[in-house]
Design a protein. Sequence first.
Length: 205
Amino acid sequence: MDFSSKLLQNAVNEMAQLPGIGKRTALRLVLHLLRQPLSQTEHLSKALINLRGGIKYCKSCFNLSDVEVCQICANPNRDESIICVVEDIRDVMAIESTSSFKGLYHVLGGKISPMDGIGPHDLNIEQLVNKVKQGHVKELIFALSSTMEGDTTNFYIFKQIQDYNITTTTIARGISVGDELEYADEITLGRSIVNRIPFESSLKS
């Protein structure tokens, strides 16, 4: 792709580094920005800079937040004895959109994947186990995607906390094997949370 402007080329190259954005799509987006008022581009740039510099991870659940403790963890109406274990913030948003879950979350920050060099110590698993050890948690809901990596992560956590007197469940298989939570429709996902099953049962299926 030949560019008549080095500035244009640099902008396209940077835009093309975003997930799912190829060079042609990047060029279309950059040209769109050029056609907009300068103030709109400045607002976008400022929002991204503020995001990168100001975003925090909730010190309790590791959800993204503007403050040290996210709105979900700070809500006194949430049931702190039930924790839903998810991969990232997209899963929190997907489950929250169903209005079917009133407990708290724990964001792992990924899944165990030896092929990608991601082990248990690269995730927020130790912090989750520590929560269980404190004795306030009555149930852990495993809500990772139904993939080999998700199942491996679920089983690893289960082995870490099996000696403690808590219930472990997993979302019902209304979510197809291999599906990511963020792509599930709200009704199916909501039913999967409400109709969750004992984790041990999922090991036998």
